[in-house]
Design a protein around this ligand. Structure first.
Ligand code: ASP
Ligand code: MG
Length: 407
């Protein structure tokens, strides 16, 4: 017998037939003798609809009322799933975040979970009851409903798994696992049987939208074993996100991620003196603009140098305006902006102990005559910025170069 948290995303509970199908999957685990807790999202499209309602009434809405509205999608699905389970003869009951309670901070719209009291739930589970828990929501310090940010029900599921000390947290979704890269672009992409927390965290933050980034952070912190699997092919094994020790055959590179959400800014002839970087990035930080990759050239005359960095595409216009407005004080000659770029990253814990991973990347891109504009590295990742038009060519070339192609 194992204790399992089963989480179902929006498409998995997208209509009544699908909710009935989910009830069957839950019943199967219960019949196998497992102790099960279920976490669900809202029916697909519901949260978007609720967010839109708020915007229509008040574009600058009160975040507490926004949470009161958008948290309701999950209340519908927990009730419906509990009913569907009862119809199958399974003893089930629904739980809203506040009923458990899942306590969060007061950052409405992106609240963080602080504490979960599982006493009552564990008592019920011991009596054979299956809790059906609303994802995405909690209760703040002043007893008001909070939500955890879009995609937050993944985080709810991991937090419940940690609090219940579950053996496994199964994330049922509309894809059947985590792939070496985007299979829509690289048909030879392979499904990974296992991936480490660290690698999953890198790919999640780079925009592989399988799991909310925060959920992976939390799984890593609490060592929750996570499995990504398909609701629509439940017999197909998914991908296990786990500790490095659990992976016997480590690949040098486990995946290649890309993000089109990048734009490049180059400041030409910036004064080469102490404090310049601080004075340039200060206003951007103050404007809540995140800077990602940065390169600064060596100046040949010791007086002026070029500075290149990237920001999110959506922030480009604001960033350019902020910089142009401060052109005098920042003392650069001109500014060039380019949103036709993509960031491609190779990720793998294996590169901690192996040299040459970056070189393989550079050579593979050179062989395709793809120019690298910016490079950045971390312990388990090498990223390059290239022209967006080459995204597909680069992904395919790198996938082959690292020996990731499916046989
Ligand atoms: N229903 C919420 C959303 O659409 C939470 C989730 O599905 O994870 O963002
Ligand atoms: Mg999701």
């Amino acid at each position: 017998m194992a204790r399992i948290v089963m989480k179902f995303g929006g498409t998995s509970v997208g209509d009544i037939e699908r909710i009935k199908n989910v009830a069957q999957l839950v019943k199967k685990e219960v019949d196998a003798g497992n102790e099960v807790a279920v976490v669900v999202s809202a029916m697909s499209g519901e949260t978007n609809k609720l967010v839109d309602y708020c915007r229509q009434i008040a574009p600058m809405h009160d975040a507490r009322e926004y949470d009161a509205v958008v948290a309701t999608g999950e209340q519908v699905t927990i009730g419906l799933l509990a009913l569907a389970l009862q119809e199958l003869g399974v003893n089930a009951r629904s739980w809203c975040g506040w009923q458990i309670p899942i306590r969060t901070d007061d950052a409405h719209g992106k609240a963080r979970i602080l504490d979960i009291d599982t006493t009552l739930m564990l008592e019920r589970m011991a009596q054979g009851q299956v809790p059906v828990i609303a994802g995405f929501q909690g209760i703040g310090p002043d007893n008001r409903i909070t939500t955890l940010g879009r995609g937050g029900s993944d985080t709810s599921a991991v937090a419940m798994a940690a609090a219940l000390k579950a053996d496994l947290c199964d994330i049922y979704t509309d894809v059947d696992g985590v792939y070496t890269t985007d299979p829509r672009i690289v048909p030879k992409a392979r499904k990974l049987h296992k991936i480490t927390y660290e690698e999953m965290l890198e790919s999640a933050s780079l925009g592989a939208k399988v799991l909310q980034t925060r959920s992976v952070e939390m799984a890593m912190k609490h060592r929750v074993r996570l499995q990504v699997r398909s609701t629509f092919a439940p017999d197909t094994p998914g991908t296990l996100v786990c500790d490095e020790d659990e992976i016997v055959e480590k690949e040098l590179v486990s995946g290649i991620a890309y993000s089109r959400d990048e734009a490049k800014i180059t400041l030409v002839k910036v004064a080469d003196r102490p404090g310049v970087a601080a004075s340039i990035f200060g206003p951007l930080t103050a404007g809540n603009i995140n800077v990602d990759m940065i390169v600064q050239n060596v100046s040949d005359d010791g007086k002026a140098t070029d500075l290149t960095f990237t920001v999110a595409k959506g922030d480009l216009q604001r960033a350019v305006k902020l910089l142009e407005d401060n052109k005098e004080s920042l003392g650069f000659q001109s500014l060039m902006a380019d949103s036709n770029v993509v960031k491609i990253s190779v990720i793998g814990v294996g590169m901690r102990s192996h040299a040459g991973v970056a070189q393989t990347m550079f050579q593979a891109l050179a062989d395709k005559s793809i120019n690298i504009q910016v490079i950045s590295t971390s312990e388990i990742k090498v990223s390059v910025l290239i022209a967006e038009d080459y995204t597909e060519l680069a992904l395919r070339a790198l996938h082959t170069a690292y020996g990731l192609d499916a046989a």
